[in-house]
Design a protein around this ligand. Structure first.
Ligand code: NAD
Ligand code: ISE
Length: 338
């Protein structure tokens, strides 16, 4: 049986997920697409025999030919499509962030809890990345002792024109926020932001930033956010434990020695760096919900918790202060997470 999926938002990641669902993954077909940019949606649909182009996300969600929804539109539009999917009783995979504010995520959590079953998965794909999984396995094994600190770097070669000041936290650092909660198995308790001098590559953006996160258990994580670094897409992470350290390895499968130089390629962007992680993430989502099951990946609660920390990060950036994080009580639906 093929799971019939409708995609809301046919931009960069929407097209990338459509490519993997149609040429890489099993048990899925894309039966409908929509985008506020109708021409883009129509062009994408040309490569999808039989797919319907809908005039709105709501129409797509109501389509009986759509069993599950993949939301790949801009962050501020996620809430409306996730809530509409829950109301329709349809499974929804929502690209990160779940929504761009705590209040919006809370409404999603409350709607899903009222529905009484998991219908939402959030696209935090680092949890599926081989290197991050290997790093977590070392941390969980106790081999480096209790983790005390983590150093991270999140570097984008460039960002699109609609990338606004807060997005360094809400759209970029939100990956580290989710990853740290998962890596340490703890909530994040407070955030601060340090502002170094500005890169000439960033235009009006304050770029780079240094986000400091404190976990509930007292570990400290620093995250360098450089979103116009030009040389490529570079994601780093090193956990410092009591007895040792563990870091994400160099990811290139090849190193070239020529003309007195040693070179290894740097990925161009997230599509290249995390290609396998996205494949595994979406395949596991399809497999978990096919036949009426529930998703087991990052939940609406994870999306909510990341948004609360991200709001704290935005406030810390604005006010230059340390901002504490306070989460609502976790509904029983989310007691079991992985
Ligand atoms: P994009 O601008 O390339 O594409 C977004 C598309 O959504 C555009 O075509 C736009 O016209 C459309 N859109 C905007 N508002 C809409 C609405 N109300 N209804 C329907 N369509 C609408 O952006 P992108 O890079 O593809 O990012 C899309 C989402 O995916 C963002 O939430 C982003 O954070 C997320 N993302 C995740 C990753 C990841 O690593 N997991 C990587 C890139 C993007
Ligand atoms: C983008 O939306 C992503 O999610 C990428 O993984 C991240 O590196 C980038 O900074 C975001 O804008």
């Amino acid at each position: 049986m093929m799971l019939k999926v409708g995609v809301v938002g046919t931009g960069m990641i929407g097209q990338d997920h459509i490519r993997r669902m149609t040429t890489v993954l099993a048990g899925v077909e894309v039966t409908a697409v929509t985008d506020v940019d109708v021409d883009t949606a129509k062009r994408v649909a040309e490569g999808l025999p039989g797919a319907v182009v809908h005039g709105s996300g709501e129409d797509l969600i109501a389509d009986p030919g759509v069993e599950a929804v993949v939301v790949c539109s801009w962050g501020p539009t996620h809430e409306q499509y996730v809530l509409a999917s829950i109301a329709a009783g349809k499974q929804v995979f929502c690209e990160k962030p779940l929504a761009t504010t705590e209040e919006a995520c809370r409404r999603i959590v409350e709607a899903e809890a009222a529905a009484g079953r998991r219908l939402v998965q959030v696209g935090y794909m680092r949890r599926y990345d081989e290197a991050y999984r290997a790093l977590k396995a070392v941390v969980d094994s106790g081999r480096i002792g209790t983790p005390l600190m983590m150093h991270c770097a999140h570097r984008n070669a460039s960002v699109p024109p609609h990338y606004a000041a807060d997005m360094a936290i809400t759209d970029t650092a939100v990956h580290e926020i989710d990853m740290v909660r998962w890596m340490f198995g703890e909530e994040i308790a407070a955030a601060r932001v340090l502002v170094p001098r500005k890169s000439r590559n960033g235009g009006d953006l304050q770029d780079p930033l240094l986000l400091i996160l404190e976990t509930a258990g007292g570990a400290i994580v620093d995250v360098e956010l450089s979103v116009n670094i030009r040389y490529g897409y570079d994601i780093r992470g090193e956990v410092v434990g009591e007895d040792g350290t563990a870091a994400l390895g160099e990811l290139s499968p090849v190193a070239v020695r020529a003309a007195q130089q040693l070179t290894t390629p740097v990925p161009a962007d997230w599509r290249e760096r995390f290609i396998r992680a996205y494949d595994i993430e979406i395949q596991e989502w399809i497999d978990s919900i096919a036949g009426g099951g529930s998703p087991v990946g990052p939940s609406a609660w994870d999306g909510y918790a990341a948004a609360v920390v991200s709001d704290a990060g935005v406030a810390a950036l604005r006010d230059g202060t340390r901002v504490e994080v306070a989460l609502m009580d976790r509904p029983a639906l989310y007691e079991v997470t992985r």
